[in-house]
Design a protein around this ligand. Structure first.
Ligand SMILES: *[C@@H]1O[C@H](CO)[C@@H](O)[C@H](O)[C@H]1NC(C)=O
Ligand SMILES: *[C@@H]1O[C@H](CO)[C@@H](O)[C@H](O)[C@H]1NC(C)=O
Ligand SMILES: *[C@@H]1O[C@H](CO)[C@@H](O)[C@H](O)[C@H]1NC(C)=O
Length: 322
């Protein structure tokens, strides 16, 4: 029961995490505030769009006139978020679709639905994440963080890839975290079956995101589809503080009054995702890592082509893509 409560809280951790971000860390900038660059006529998919950075990203895409598909696990929360966006923005093209990244069946169903309804997909923003949860397995037996943060998005991206290619120039944006720097891909126990430490597994999953960026960008060369990774500017210690924060009833009760600063900081955290999804000068930029609306240097670990390729092949097998 306690584990369950903690688990569910850490699942939304990624939503609130942005709220703990210190203002001056990302602070101050707002990408293209005047909306010079519109997204009209483009279809954008955002995973984990019902809260935090994902919500702010979806809202901004709607504000720019895009067709926005909010892909969420919890449809009630998704509908609520959609209603909130529509109340503020006169854009009817905002939709909720069910996507549970911890289930291959759900990912396939989502992808089939989207491929049926959307003639083109212009931007895919892989935003959803699970953070440092107690040991748990996905419907298909994957360790939860590897399963959702990496394998789930891996499969989703691959299932939508042909449509993204057909829609070129198009973009894939992947959220990652600085934790990738301390991540290690443990090929001997990728699924943490022998030993599970929530932080080790989280860091591994985030390094996996970056390695995929490396391999994907390589595979997409010449297709007009770009693949870039984004670090929203939240340090892990701040996220951790928040995860701890979520555990106490008292502090949870305190959340409500400070929701608006959370929103504000989530909005700041979303700026780099928005920049990479929208900025015209990035149309041909691929395989890069961005932070604070600028290109940045990831850890060399994230660029290791041999590890990236090995992980890709395993992921293909595990998600039954081949
Ligand atoms: C494990 O994951 C399932 C599916 O997401 C969830 O329903 C369950 O509460 C989780 N269990 C624990 C102990 O966190
Ligand atoms: C994003 O991460 C997923 C899962 O790690 C991966 O499949 C996908 O190729 C990545 N894409 C980019 C653009 O980094
Ligand atoms: C995970 O990454 C963070 C941030 O880089 C680091 O501080 C932490 O020590 C890492 N944890 C483990 C267990 O590797």
């Amino acid at each position: 029961m306690i584990r369950g409560a903690f688990y569910s809280f850490s699942f939304v951790g990624a939503c609130f995490g942005a709220g703990v971000l210190i203002r001056n860390q990302v602070g101050g900038y707002n990408y293209d505030e005047d909306l010079e660059h519109k997204m009209s006529g483009r279809t954008i998919i955002v995973t984990g769009a019902n809260c935090g950075i994902g919500y702010e990203t979806a809202r901004e895409m709607a504000r720019r006139g895009g067709r926005v598909i909010m892909a969420c696990r919890d449809m009630d929360k998704c509908e609520k978020a959609k209603t909130e966006i529509r109340a503020r923005i006169p854009n009817r093209q905002v939709e909720c679709r069910k996507l549970d990244l911890s289930s291959i069946a759900s990912i396939k169903e989502f992808a089939e639905g989207v491929l049926e309804s959307e003639k083109h997909i212009d931007v895919l923003i892989n935003n959803a994440a699970v953070m440092k949860c107690p040991k748990n397995l996905t419907a298909d037996g994957f360790e939860m963080q590897l399963g959702v943060n990496h394998l789930g998005h891996f499969l989703l991206t691959n299932l939508l890839l042909d449509r993204l290619k057909a829609s070129a120039p198009s973009r894939i944006v992947n959220l990652t975290s600085v934790s990738h720097k301390d991540g290690v891909i443990n090929f001997d126990d990728l699924n943490s079956a022998k030993k599970y430490d929530p932080k080790v597994a989280y860091n591994q999953s985030k390094l996996a995101n970056l390695l995929f960026n490396t391999e994907l960008a390589k595979r997409l060369q010449g297709t007009g589809v770009t693949a870039n990774a984004v670090y929203p500017g939240i340090s892990v210690t701040q996220l951790e503080r928040h995860t701890g924060y979520g555990q106490s009833k008292f502090s949870r009760g305190m959340t409500a009054p400070i929701v608006s600063p959370f929103k504000k900081t989530a909005q700041m955290g979303a700026q780099t995702s928005i920049y990479v999804a929208v900025e015209p000068s990035l149309e041909e930029v691929t395989g890069k890592y961005f932070s604070k609306c600028k290109e940045a240097k990831p850890s060399p670990k994230g660029l290791d082509e041999a590890v990236a390729r090995r992980l890709w092949l395993i992921s293909e097998k595990w998600t039954e893509l081949t």
